[in-house]
Design a protein around this ligand. Sequence first.
Ligand code: SF4
Ligand code: SF4
Length: 89
Amino acid sequence: MLKVNNNLCFGCGLCIQVCPQGAVSLVRGKAKIDTKGCNSCHRCLEICPPGAIFEMIIVYPKELRVTVSSLRQRADDIIGRIDRLVTKA
Ligand code: SF4
Ligand code: SF4
């Protein structure tokens, strides 16, 4: 889901010009993205001069715990391999 950082947007309208879906409009001088109309092509994000458009990724706590746990296991595996290599050397 794309969002606009209103602190960075200065209302140039470039994102409106490049949007193939007509999903961006200016509201009180700031870009606003209609998430229902957006097809996530990222054209607006790529053209925005100050980088005011960003992708917001929602991470749920349960998914985050699983990801962290998986990364820990991989890190332990890599450390174990390094330890074995160091011991052999
Ligand atoms: S291109 Fe960026 S700065 Fe320009 S109106 Fe869109 S979001 Fe705002
Ligand atoms: S990602 Fe594409 S479709 Fe969505 S608002 Fe930006 S330019 Fe429009």
